[in-house]
Design a protein around this ligand. Structure first.
Ligand code: ADP
Ligand code: MG
Length: 352
């Protein structure tokens, strides 16, 4: 099939790579003429994401269209729904943190207390104030720990803000799931995610999460996918506190916390995404070995060098032509077994 991919970052690149492995042809759209996806794309269009002429051309040329990020214009995409298995409902909701939390709460999924910030009185303590739209990798957020923080928090953006209860979580997890056109959902083993400065640092899959937490997290995720009538890979982030599973946010696309699947599972989140959107059967993923994923940011290039000395460390570079600080430029997956001390291995990779 000919598949159109909107967005040419690393997620688009890894989708395209798997799509090529499955025998498909890729047409991609991204304003950057040397973005990551050009490594695998058969035809790249360097135009803005919302360029109607370019999108029209992709729609006419391709049998299926997918997007890899949330900054696409909904009204434009709504004209292409018959070739867009992901749909736009998941995108509409996940673009807006207020709608997202209301949506989860309406499904009786536990969410942090939250409200829209219309005046300073709406900011409670302790909390975390976030921009309702446009935030990512911890950007557009302000932690409110005392009353003195309220004013500053209210000024982080001119746009709408949400104030959320600050959850002193025990750990964070994400459920990466793929729903096929037949409505069946498959789930990847659940990673524990460790963030640094609001950016994902490590995803660890070692089967240590209590069974009941896994059951509730999967059940909630299935409910979300079904309610959205979503087809493709989608990830839901949760906080876990005292074994309670609290919804944080979801992303209607493959997710950074699912990158471990490329080496840790018998099928990756990108392959299942492509299988789902092309109407193929989606296999239930199995963990091959315990895995840790380490994100590599612009300032962490030395991780690649350190990883060379670690057996079973696989580096995945995103071929970015600019490597700014705090920008994700790749990741490293390390598979390991019971006898290995993973903390030591991680330390070896991230040491200065
Ligand atoms: P982003 O879109 O940047 O990923 P998130 O809402 O997931 O935004 O926030 C990034 C990280 O900030 C989370 O993974 C978590 O570590 C922390 N965080 C966000 N919201 C809360 C909260 N309500 N309570 C505690 N920590 C939070
Ligand atoms: Mg997040």
């Amino acid at each position: 099939m000919k598949i159109g991919i909107i967005g040419g970052g690393q997620l688009g690149m890894m989708m395209a790579e798997e799509a090529k492995n499955l025998g498909h042809t890729i047409m991609s759209l991204d304003p950057n003429p040397s973005c990551s996806i050009t490594k695998f794309s058969d035809c790249h269009i360097s135009k803005p994401y919302n360029d109607e002429e370019a999108l029209e051309f992709i729609y006419d040329s391709c049998e299926v269209i997918t997007y890899e990020f949330e900054n696409v214009n909904l009204d434009v995409l709504n004209g292409y729904l018959d070739k867009l298995p992901q749909g736009t409902e998941a995108l509409r909701i996940s673009k807006n943190r207020l709608l997202e939390k209301e949506f989860a709460s309406d499904l009786r999924i536990e969410v942090p207390k939250f409200n829209e910030v219309k005046s300073l009185n709406d900011i409670f303590v302790p909390s975390i104030v976030k921009t309702v739209t446009g935030g990512y990798d911890g950007k557009g957020q302000f932690r409110v720990t005392t009353k003195n923080d309220i004013k500053e928090a209210s000024r982080i953006s001119e746009g709408k803000l949400i104030c959320e209860e600050y959850i002193e979580f025990d750990y964070e997890i994400s459920v990466v799931s793929t729903r096929g056109k037949n409505g069946e959902c498959v789930f990847f083993p659940i990673p524990v995610n460790i963030h640094k400065n609001g950016i994902l640092h490590l995803s660890i899959v070692d089967k240590s999460i209590p069974k009941e937490v896994i059951r509730v997290a999967k059940e909630n995720t299935k409910h979300i996918l079904e309610e959205l009538n979503y087809v493709g890979t989608l990830a839901v982030e949760y906080f876990v506190k005292d074994n309670k599973v609290i919804f944080n946010e979801f992303a209607p696309r493959p997710h950074n916390s699912g990158h471990y699947t490329m080496d840790g599972c018998d099928v990756s989140q990108f392959r299942t995404h492509i299988l789902a959107i092309t109407g193929e059967e989606v296999p239930a993923p199995k963990l091959r070995l315990k895995t840790v994923m380490v994100n590599v940011l612009g300032q962490n290039k030395k991780y690649y060098r350190n990883a060379k000395a670690v057996v079973n460390a696989v580096s995945h570079d995103y071929y970015k032509n600019s490597t700014r600080e705090n920008r994700k430029i790749g990741h490293i997956n390390i598979t390991y077994n019971e006898s290995q001390n993973i903390t030591k291995i991680i330390d070896r990779i991230i040491e200065e």
